[in-house]
Design a protein around this ligand. Structure first.
Ligand SMILES: Cc1cc2nc3c(=O)[nH]c(=O)nc-3n(C[C@H](O)[C@H](O)[C@H](O)COP(=O)(O)OP(=O)(O)OC[C@H]3O[C@@H](n4cnc5c(N)ncnc54)[C@H](O)[C@@H]3O)c2cc1C
Length: 353
């Protein structure tokens, strides 16, 4: 048993804790500022047979209009430590650290490895869950170790990178063992005075014609500028930012299916995605299926700058967001035989159709 009980609030609205600004209340709500708080919240929920949801920065969530009937534990552990290891620096970030501020701090110290992940909202603890990625970089390239509480036996565990089962937008934390672990800190191995990554065309284009390699700080600034142009940088007052980022993953289909589609749509963009597989940009499929940037269904809409971002245009309900999602999914499936997979996590009960 844990001596310190964590304070439990009741009927706390979850909408303000999410970037979409949608969702009903949590029956129970705890701010976990320490590992003991995290364990105490799990014990509280288990003692009452309540479901437990782990809330980070709320930037990859769609919360049900009826809220969450169990206990929500908000990860608010803070603190960053660092240690030099040869040419590398190991940064240990508590799970509740704000991600972009942490990236800024690593770039200020001229440490390479996270610069292209600048401008992504959320917490450090959320990054291993879906193996956050952008502009040619994935957080799995920098993660050394993840520390977490195993909810099944209340034991603390440390996973090395190879044990995290990282893949495109996935890890053991959101697939086979979804909801089993609560991440409390992450160690990132970064290269001091390392070269920035310029693999992605938008970032490379930004520096086109320029002599010499840009600094890490310049790449961070470039990524944030490119993100802002696409409405993918949280900016107060910008209606295109009221989103959960990309609402759909880029589908991976088999080569034969892609070939059949290319006979009909010669211009279809496609990228190799491992043996016998091809990745198709979800944004292209959605546009071809008749959903343009800026389209709307009531208060739920598509960002005017980014087809993949579904936005709350003001007062949208979760049900409205799901209706738009389903309309897009149905049309894409009918036209291309591809079922788009939702990226944000749905919290609470989905209304039955
Ligand atoms: C404008 C915008 C742009 C975005 N751009 C990108 C992008 O470029 N690339 C990208 O990959 N994502 C992007 N996202 C999605 C999102 O920012 C990331 O997925 C982020 O890492 C989510 O972290 P979070 O702390 O907000 O998690 P939350 O949204 O709070 O939670 C997401 C999931 O992770 C779980 N979780 C969170 N913290 C923990 C923890 N400590 N332990 C265990 N489980 C936990 C939750 O239970 C939930 O299942 C974007 C979102 C927005 C709004």
């Amino acid at each position: 048993m844990y001596a310190e009980a964590v304070e439990m609030e009741q009927n706390i609205s979850l909408a303000p804790y999410t970037t979409l600004g949608i969702g009903g209340p949590a029956r129970w709500f705890a701010q976990a500022r320490s590992e003991a708080d995290v364990a105490a919240a799990v014990e509280f929920a288990q003692a009452r047979s309540l479901p437990l949801f782990v809330l980070g920065g709320g930037s990859n969530l769609l919360v049900s209009d009826s809220g969450f009937p169990g206990c929500v534990v908000h990860i608010a552990l803070r603190g960053v430590q660092q240690q030099t290891d040869g040419e590398d620096v190991l940064f240990t970030a508590a799970a509740g650290e704000e991600w972009d501020a942490f990236v800024a701090a690593t770039v200020e110290q001229n440490c390479a490895g996270l610069e292209c992940l600048s401008g992504i909202p959320g917490t450090a603890g959320g990054t291993p869950v879906q193996n956050v990625g952008a502009y040619g970089q994935e957080v799995s390239g920098a993660i050394e170790q993840v520390r977490a509480l195993d909810r099944t036996n209340l034991r603390w565990v440390e996973f090395h990178n190879a044990e995290c089962q990282f893949a495109y937008r996935s890890s053991r934390f959101n697939t086979a063992e979804r909801e089993r672990y609560i991440v409390t800190s992450v160690i990132y191995r970064l290269r001091r005075d390392g070269e920035p990554l310029l693999a992605y065309k938008d970032v490379a284009q930004y520096f086109a014609g320029r002599k010499g390699t840009p600094t890490l700080a310049e790449v961070r600034a470039a990524v944030r500028t490119v993100r802002q142009r696409k409405g993918m940088l949280l900016t107060p007052g910008n209606p295109d930012c009221k989103s959960a980022g990309s609402f759909f993953k880029n589908p991976v289909i088999d080569v034969a299916h892609a070939e059949r589609l290319r006979q009909k749509y010669a211009e279809m963009p496609h990228f190799a995605a491992g043996a016998g597989c091809v990745k198709i940009p979800a944004a292209w499929l959605i546009e071809q299926a008749g959903f343009a940037k800026g389209a709307a269904m009531g208060a739920a809409g598509i960002s005017s700058k980014h087809t993949l971002a579904l936005v709350n245009r003001g007062g949208a309900t979760a049900a409205a967001m799901l209706a738009l999602r389903d309309a897009i999914r149905t049309r894409v499936a009918e036209q291309f035989g591809i079922t788009l997979e939702q990226e944000p996590v749905y919290v609470g009960a989905e209304p039955s159709a």
